[in-house]
Write a protein that binds this ligand. Sequence first.
Ligand SMILES: Cc1cc2nc3c(=O)[nH]c(=O)nc-3n(C[C@H](O)[C@H](O)[C@H](O)COP(=O)(O)OP(=O)(O)OC[C@H]3O[C@@H](n4cnc5c(N)ncnc54)[C@H](O)[C@@H]3O)c2cc1C
Length: 510
Amino acid sequence: MKRHTVAIAGTGLAALTAAARLTELGIKDIALYGNGFGGTPFIAAINFVLPENLYADTPQLYYKDMMQAGYGVSDPALVSRMAARSLDTYQLLCRWGVNFARNEDGSIKLRHVSGHSVPRSLCQTTHLIGVEIMNRLIPALKERGVEIHEGCRVVDLLTENGRAAGFTVSKDGELFQVYAPYVVAAWGGLGNLFGKSTYPDDVMGNTLGMAGLAGAELTDMEFIEFEPLVAIAPEGAVGEASPTAMLGEGGVLRNAEGERFLLKVRPQGEAGASKSLINREAWKQVAAGKGGPHGGVFLDLRPIGRKVLEGYPWFLNRLLAAGVDPDRDMLEIGPMAHSFSGGIRVDCSYESTIRGLYAAGEACGGIHGACRPAGNAGSQAAVSGMLCAEGIFSAAAGGDDFVPSEQPVRYREDPEVRAKYFPEIQQIGAEKLGIFRNGEALLAGISRLDEMTASGELDKDSFTRQSAAALLAILKAALWRTESRGTHNRLDYPETDPAFDGRNSVIAAN
Ligand SMILES: Cc1cc2nc3c(=O)[nH]c(=O)nc-3n(C[C@H](O)[C@H](O)[C@H](O)COP(=O)(O)OP(=O)(O)OC[C@H]3O[C@@H](n4cnc5c(N)ncnc54)[C@H](O)[C@@H]3O)c2cc1C
């Protein structure tokens, strides 16, 4: 058994920035429990509004871009706060030693990635920026006394009289309780809840169900981000997600007839196009018989030039290793589940509907709405980590002296139940929650999951029960939304709400 002032589930970007800010604010006894680093080491692009941005970027413009990309679904208060505190988060990372790539004249290198009206995406050009952040923050946090427990999976959330009290941890086959008056869910997003995705294996998505079963409200659960530029051919490159910055650098999209199909709906070109628009238009090409032999469309990197591609060494090297010559070959690409815009509902301090349970990064929802600009998952993880730390600091300063009581471990494991039901749960998700959905299929999935849950069998294996609860929440949200909006496309309701054209989002005052 362990006790802490703040217990954080996860060791990715949201967890690390939360711990960094808590440390700066003088909070003692902070502990992180994680079983890997989630999507963080893969982050190539992260957006911040910098005053020195030559493209005259402002928090207001960033707010507008986020609301527009979110198809009006995002919570304006959360988005406004994220835009307003973007610079503070960048400065927090700089204080902890994070270096961002610079141009020859010393200015910060800014890239133009999908969904932004100006270049505002920061990076590293020798390694991934996510790796840079981990390499700087992890040793510095340990040096300042923060406990980082690796190889730990949080398997249950503890509550007491309706407030957060800690969590149950599984490590090396042992279970133990961690008690804390302030708990941060920073366990990432959907992960591999229903099979194939770009997520690493340590993010499982059952955590959404864990939070829901503990009584936390969830939001925007129907919005799964499908990365549009994932290679589906040639063989060696399959699964490789091309950065959307490739379109900002001059790469273009073509159908099997060589046409730049996006220009018909976006005459200004591919640069900055939202992921949902790319996915929808690519699908139309495939449906019209203008797709490639593997059911995708083509990413043509040839206009970019080798020198620019060398600024993305992890990407270029993987292409070359797969036998792809970007000066000669086009990549056949298609969408793959990549990140999640829904999650635990939070207020502007990132506190959930359970007092003392905070959620940051991909674990929480409400910011991205129906779709997000590229690079904004990383920004959101960093900003929300910082803001939840400030929320905890304010709550602790209020003189709350809650000490959680000890409680028995409720988590249960039954390998037979897991083997019997979990593959079917994954299959239901994969079949019903693709990029195009329809009401009948969603309803069938819900009925089957309801049936499984009602049998009581799933209660013998908490992980399976949590996974079913997570999937059920997503299916229900997808059934409820009888329209196509952002990343959620209903074949039985194909039209995106015509009333929303992205311009009616109010510009934030700050
Ligand atoms: C291949 C790939 C490329 C990406 N590229 C970009 C990009 O360029 N720009 C961008 O903005 N976003 C990108 N993303 C998305 C981005 O990585 C995530 O949105 C971001 O890392 C979220 O940060 P997080 O801290 O919330 O979650 P994560 O970074 O996913 O970290 C989650 C943490 O929780 C831990 N965890 C999970 N379950 C449990 C559990 N039960 N108990 C304890 N710990 C647990 C994980 O091990 C990990 O430590 C990419 C994602 C992938 C998969």
